[in-house]
Design a binder for this molecule. Structure first.
Ligand SMILES: [Zn+2]
Length: 231
């Protein structure tokens, strides 16, 4: 028994969805789940095989980056997760993968334009790409600076409306209100990246979705006037 059983269980289950959804190869990828009221989060341990991982392997870390509970080392991306929880109020879970189509956009240094309603159902407009990191940022506190370029990119964006980003030359981060929802957003991101890539191949002049259609699809599922589904 631990004070953190709830977030450890939610984190464990969300991490197991990554291989199930085929979002990861080898051990790339990690999910964290926070309890913002207590300023702590649970995160996958570093380099542990998904098949062998147990719920008690989840490491609990506070919002200052200090380990609170757990015998294994937390994911090497922990400072990125930590900084995002500090900066983005209203998010409870962060997911990082190297899913292939999203990584292709990140490596090309391109955001994923919103070309259609599949994208608009999840993301309110383009999924942005960050600027390249400087040598200084890479050589200092690399993982924390990775989050800082994300936060900088969201200076004029709402992270609850665009719940994913591509880090330049690296890959995607997604987030959400629960572990399950954040992983679903990471999967949606990979799907829309694949579709966008095909749309560009079929028509190199393809244009983003119209704003009335973007508004209709995003806002009927999200926000105060949402009416889609059973919720
Ligand atoms: Zn990575």
């Amino acid at each position: 028994m631990s004070n953190y059983d709830d977030i450890k269980a939610e984190c464990y289950e969300a991490n197991l969805l990554l291989p199930e959804y085929k979002l990861i190869d080898l051990t790339f990828g990690n999910v964290s789940v926070a309890e913002p009221e207590r300023r702590v989060f649970a995160i996958k341990p570093s380099g542990v095989d998904y098949a062998a991982m147990k719920v008690n392997d989840m490491v609990v870390v506070d919002f200052e980056g200090k380990i609170v509970e757990g015998s294994l080392r937390p994911s090497s991306d922990t400072p990125t997760h930590c900084r995002l929880f500090q900066a983005f109020k209203g998010i409870r879970s962060v997911v990082h993968t190297h899913s292939r189509n999203a990584v292709a956009f990140a490596q090309a240094g391109r955001g994923i334009p919103c070309f259609g309603t599949t994208h608009a159902d999840y993301f309110y407009g383009e999924v942005p790409v960050t600027r390249s990191m400087t040598a200084e940022e890479i050589q200092s506190a690399y993982e924390r600076e990775t989050a800082n370029v994300i936060v900088e990119r969201f200076n004029d964006l709402d992270p609850t409306q665009v719940c994913a980003v591509l880090v330049h030359s690296h890959g995607p981060f997604a987030w959400g209100p629960t572990g399950k929802k954040a992983v679903e957003n990471a999967l949606a991101l990979e799907i829309v990246a694949e579709i966008a890539l095909k749309a560009i191949q079929l028509n190199s002049q393809v244009k983003p979705i119209s704003s009335p259609l973007l508004d209709k699809h995003f806002l009927r599922k999200h926000g105060t006037k949402a009416y889609y589904g059973q919720g």
